[in-house]
Each structure stands twice: as structure tokens, then as C-alpha cells.
Design a protein around this ligand. Structure first.
Ligand code: NAP
Length: 235
């Protein structure tokens, strides 16, 4: 029996990933920073709710302790993320970006990934087939962001792509440090969720596919990679 934790799984891509992995037979811990939203979402799917705010050391430590007491963890999906828009819903471009805005995005998207992975590493290292999936973005690709005449090139935000490019680097370095763990970054594609005011062109079912697939990699699967549904992406 495979035990899987998904952060930020009370809605969006995380929720759909939880649904699919429950159907695949995983014991799924559905992470949510809000206890009530988490309980409701987990109840709907037959998952186990765990309160987990990725920006809060005590919350992450308590979640790790509870899951350890229940028997351990095989798969960690670092999915919780924020894009950080203006109050009017606009993307924050270079002219308006402040250090505080950057720090706040990194707190969730980068330090959250490190905080959660660090807390769950001892459990993962005891698993026979440990897997970490870091939910990155196509906007993390320096190659794509710097290739003119592409939608990725046209995206003006700074903090969000920088945070996901950092997630990619974290992925590569953790994969090298822990060769016994499959550690990969994935790009779900532009998906209609609250993150982008439902402007995404894909459904959550389509977007979750690469997350679900990468979560199910066996010990012979790739590690230290960056993938979308079609295959490897340029860094
Ligand atoms: N949608 C896309 O087009 C797209 C494309 C590429 C990558 N992604 C990535 O996919 C992941 C999921 O995003 P989504 O599109 O599904 O967005 P979403 O529907 O807004 O879901 C984001 C989830 O993250 C949670 N979250 C935010 N801050 C948190 C924190 N401090 N602690 C714990 N959970 C927290 C949210 O919880 P609350 O409900 O409490 O806010 C929510 O459950 C993100 O990493 C995002 O960057 C999305």
C-alpha cells in the first residue's frame, strides 16, 4: 500500500490529483492549511485530511509527526503554490515588484517546498520506493521565457517564474543528494483554477495527469527531471 501526501490539496490540481491517487489505491493525506476545507475535501474523496500550512514550521512538524505515527510516507507531492497577483487580479511585472512581494511568493513556493521536504525526508528515506513530485510550471523554463513569440515569453511576472525556477534547481540538487528517491519537477500546463482566476485553457483533469503519472514512478523511473505530459522540458 502506497501512502501519499499532497500539499494544498483542498482544491484545484491538488484536489484532482488526490482523487486520482485514491482511485489508484493510494492512502492519500490531503493537505490543507484550513482544517474545515481540508476535512470537507478529504471526506468527498475518501482521503485523510491533514492540516498543513507550508509556511509554518509548527504546522509542518505536526503533520509529519502524525503521518509518521500512522505508519510513514512513500510519496510527497509539493503542490501548494501561489502566483501573487495585484488586488485587481493583474500579474505583478518588473516595474511594480517589491522585495516584500518576492519574499511572500518565495515563502510558499520555495521555502514551503524546502520546509515540507526536509520534515518528511526521514519518512521518505524509510520507504522502499520513495517519490517526490515538485509541482513547478512551464514559466520556470529560462529557455521558454527567453524564446520570443511564445506565450511563455509574453508573461510579464517575475516572482512566480523565479520561484518555480528555484523549485527546479531544488529538484535537481535533491535528486542528486538522494539517488534512492525519485525527485522530479512537473509542469501541469495552463489549467483553469483559482490560481489564475480560471483563465487556464486546460481542465484540472488534464493538468493533473503529469502529477499523477510522476507520483506513480517506480524505482527505475527518472529522477532530477522536469517534465510535462509530452516529456522532458528545456530548463
Ligand atoms: N493552474 C495552472 O495553470 C498552473 C500551471 C502551472 C503550475 N501550477 C502550479 O500548480 C500548483 C497548484 O495550483 P492550482 O492551479 O491548483 O491553484 P489553486 O486552485 O489556487 O490551489 C492552490 C492550493 O495551494 C494551497 N496553498 C496556498 N498557500 C498555501 C500554504 N501556505 N500552505 C498550504 N497550502 C497552501 C491553496 O490553499 P487555500 O485554498 O487555503 O488557498 C490551494 O489548496 C501550484 O504550485 C501552481 O503554481 C498551476
Amino acid at each position: 500500500m502506497t501512502t501519499t501526501l499532497i500539499t494544498g490539496a483542498n482544491k484545484g490540481l491538488g484536489f484532482e490529483t488526490a482523487r486520482r491517487l485514491v482511485a489508484a489505491g493510494h492512502t492519500v493525506y490531503l493537505g490543507s492549511r484550513d482544517p474545515e476545507r481540508g476535512r470537507r475535501a478529504a471526506g468527498e474523496l475518501g482521503a485523510r485530511a491533514v492540516v498543513l500550512d507550508v509556511t509554518d514550521d509548527a504546522s509542518v512538524a505536526a503533520a509529519a509527526k502524525a503521518i509518521e505515527a500512522d505508519g510513514g510516507l512513500d510519496v510527497l507531492i509539493n503542490n501548494a503554490g501561489v502566483e501573487g497577483r495585484t488586488p485587481e487580479g493583474g500579474v505583478i511585472g518588473a516595474a511594480d515588484l517589491t522585495a516584500d512581494m518576492m519574499r511572500s511568493i518565495f515563502e510558499t513556493n520555495v521555502f514551503g517546498v524546502v520546509r515540507v521536504t526536509h520534515a518528511f525526508l526521514p519518512l521518505l528515506r524509510r520507504s522502499a520506493a520513495p517519490v517526490v513530485v515538485n509541482v513547478s510550471s512551464g514559466l520556470a523554463s529560462l529557455t521558454r521565457v527567453s524564446t520570443p513569440d511564445t506565450p511563455t515569453y509574453a508573461y510579464p511576472g517575475v516572482a512566480y517564474p523565479a520561484s518555480k525556477a528555484t523549485v527546479n534547481m531544488i529538484t535537481v540538487q535533491f535528486a542528486k543528494a538522494f539517488p534512492e528517491i525519485r525527485v522530479n519537477a512537473v509542469e501541469p500546463g495552463y489549467t483553469a483554477t483559482d490560481l489564475n482566476g480560471h483563465t487556464g485553457t486546460q481542465t484540472v483533469q488534464e493538468g493533473a495527469e503529469i502529477i499523477v503519472r510522476t507520483a506513480q514512478l517506480g524505482p527505475e523511473g527518472p529522477t532530477g527531471g522536469y517534465f510535462d505530459i509530452e516529456g522532458p522540458l528545456p530548463w
